[in-house]
Design a protein around this ligand. Sequence first.
Ligand SMILES: Cc1cc2nc3c(=O)[nH]c(=O)nc-3n(C[C@H](O)[C@H](O)[C@H](O)COP(=O)(O)OP(=O)(O)OC[C@H]3O[C@@H](n4cnc5c(N)ncnc54)[C@H](O)[C@@H]3O)c2cc1C
Length: 499
Amino acid sequence: MSNLQKKTDVILIGAGIMSATLGSLLKELAPEWDIKVFEKLSKPGEESSNEWNNAGTGHAALCELNYTSEKEDGSIDISKAISINEQFQVSRQFWSYLVNSNLIRNPENFIRPIPHMSLVHGEDNVAFLKKRFKALSSIPLFQGMEYSDSPEKLKKWVPLIMEGRTSNEPIAATKIDSGTDVNFGALTRMLFDHLKSNDVEIHYNQSVEDIKRSSDGCWDVKVINLVTGQVEHHRSKFVFIGGGGGSLPLLQKTGIPESKHIGGFPVSGLFMVCNNPEVVAQHHAKVYGKAKVGAPPMSVPHLDTRYIDNKKSLLFGPFAGFSPKFLKTGSNLDLIGSVKPNNVLTMLAAGAKEMSLTKYLIQQVMLTKEQRLEELREFIPNAKAEDWDLVVAGQRVQVIKDTAAGKGTLQFGTEVITSADGSVAALLGASPGASTAVNVMLEIINKSFKEQMLVWEPKIKEMIPSYGVSLMENPDLLHKVHTSTARTLGLSEREPVFS
Ligand SMILES: Cc1cc2nc3c(=O)[nH]c(=O)nc-3n(C[C@H](O)[C@H](O)[C@H](O)COP(=O)(O)OP(=O)(O)OC[C@H]3O[C@@H](n4cnc5c(N)ncnc54)[C@H](O)[C@@H]3O)c2cc1C
């Protein structure tokens, strides 16, 4: 049975953090607009945004070594770290606005303060970390960062990691107390509760099967009800494809020129989780290491204190792996189904170039529990098998596209694809992901609603005082927004002093 529904202003596909964020921004900017959401699962935030499917790091480049690279002259390129930190400040401001306006409550249910640390071993890595620390710590965005290569000091910072460590290899760490643990699953659910109580129609168990442009320039979205089998067609002036790993196939269905010559490379993930309260109590930080030579950036190992459902636990990983699925709940045919005549050469070029990555990922899938424990013991020398279980994390679909670097180049960042007229936008890629959702969705709003921007800008500035301003160049404003968001979000344990 097919059924044509009335036209709506906005359709959001997928109920993850991205749609939740875009919907919440649009509800503030244009409260009178009709918004519909279609989600194939029965609840919001069940795929990558779920708290057990990602690492919950509020990515602000405080500890992730892959956001700062060493240049040929030996100096450290910190431009990406600055950009990611600025984007996280945007998220903090929007979340604070929502809390201050009573649109969401109890921020401790989705964000907690936790020190962010980088930890490295070996002379070269220690030298790199020292240079990185020097480059970052003088910048207001990273103020409060400390460095130490003293084992005594490190024992105080991370006793669990230092206990039982016998090697004489040099070891060093940086620590900054203004880091965060973010429960993106809880935040997604809160935002959808808020949207639901503000007349947004949210349809669960409804899978979007097709998106076609209709003669009046609107988009016709074909939706199948997975419970009843009923097919409906919904029309909208604007469609956001926020399907996570499922975005690429939907983008391809739009047929827009911008969707061509793009492919996806799925990477699966596993975490080890510690539920022994005695071990959990001995660690209080997110500690990021350095990716092994040849390993992709998304497999940087880290040991994280997490707060999920008011319970503290430890997560270690992720162990990357290969699976042809684009979503955790996806199909083994996803990868092959995404190969189209327009992207087959791009995909083949990537396949040829990334043989070593594919081999690496397959090797990772084959690791035994004991081999994974060996990797964990590089962080916690005394780790015991019985304290740790494996959990399957979310899928990340890395974008493959033709760039100046060559045909079929694998991208590790987030990509926004928008049609020339802005009427359809899709979010692809994974990193830095949920932490930068607000900035990325503002980018989409800017491209897709150019005509409204003049009217909307004052409201955006009310919600995000630093909108359009570089905090790096405005330490006074940084101090103001950092302190006020820390207070609102309950992150004020130890506020850094800005100079
Ligand atoms: C292992 C791992 C670790 C990560 N760690 C971090 C981290 O520490 N910090 C961070 O900021 N980010 C992290 N990320 C990235 C972050 O999780 C993602 O960027 C973010 O959750 C993506 O949100 P989304 O809304 O785009 O996708 P999702 O949360 O995946 O939501 C997409 C939704 O769309 C639905 N959908 C798909 N296709 C259809 C369709 N055809 N019809 C209807 N519905 C559909 C899906 O069911 C799903 O609910 C991590 C990701 C992974 C996998």
